[in-house]
Design a protein around this ligand. Structure first.
Ligand SMILES: [Zn+2]
Length: 233
């Protein structure tokens, strides 16, 4: 329940609310991200392209059938998007995922993307989850679930292997690193469903590809993928 205005005004005097993207104070009515940032975020608008023109879809061609490949924002080093993702992943700001998920989910629903049956976030390994305390993909999935009016299930997939940091590996090593790390934990939920796999960032696509492979093998009818941001290659 929202606080009465007098209390939220008082709270913002003590703890000034700042934009999660640019750190400037928020005006009343602004929702975690200021109007300026919201207007200037680098949106991909891939969902408005025909599937054959979507550069994200092309990354999965010849690897695994992915119905829709969607990403809200373009990742830019040192820009607002990097700051948002850092807040989400390392500063406990799960509101980043919830707000962006809600906005993007609404936009997708309005554009006719309403045929998903279940949202499934890419899981963290239990050890990493315990260390961080939350999965950064969960809050984005929760926000999308509101915008798309579609249920999400955080425990449908399980990450069974603990992978090292991806940063210093080449493409083949990254693929080998993730190829066998996921398994389906709840096959009943997935059978015959169109599953939308949710993650924070798409870099090579190997993680999402590995998830798509196990979901289809477990009986999912179709798999689509969605991330907050995508890094250009
Ligand atoms: Zn801002």
């Amino acid at each position: 329940m929202p606080l009465p205005a007098i209390f939220s005004d008082f709270a913002s005097l003590v703890f000034p609310r700042v934009c999660l993207a640019c750190q400037q104070p928020l005006a009343r009515g602004e929702d975690h991200i200021c109007t300026d940032c919201r207007a200037q975020l680098p949106y991909t608008d891939y969902h408005q392209l025909p599937p054959t023109d979507n550069p994200l879809s092309r990354r999965f061609w010849g690897k695994v059938p992915v119905t829709h490949a969607l990403s809200y924002l373009r990742f830019q080093k040192h820009g607002r998007v990097q700051h948002l993702l850092h807040q989400l992943k390392y500063r406990g700001q799960q509101d980043v995922g919830r707000v962006l998920g809600r906005w993007y989910g609404q936009e997708l629903a309005e554009a006719g993307y309403s045929n998903f049956d279940l949202l499934v976030p890419v899981p963290l390994h239990a050890r990493k989850l315990a260390k961080r305390g939350y999965n950064q993909a969960d809050s984005f999935a929760a926000g999308l679930s509101v915008g798309l009016q579609c249920p999400w299930e955080p425990a449908a997939l399980r990450r069974v292997a603990y992978t090292d940091s991806q940063t210093r590996k080449n493409r083949l090593q990254r693929w080998q690193n993730v190829a066998t790390v996921f398994e389906v934990a709840q096959p009943d939920l997935l059978n015959g469903r169109h599953v939308l796999v949710v993650d924070d960032v798409l870099t090579t696509g190997a993680t999402l590809e590995a998830c798509a492979v196990v979901l289809l093998a477990a009986g999912a009818r179709e798999v689509s993928i969605v991330t907050i941001a995508t890094a250009d290659r």
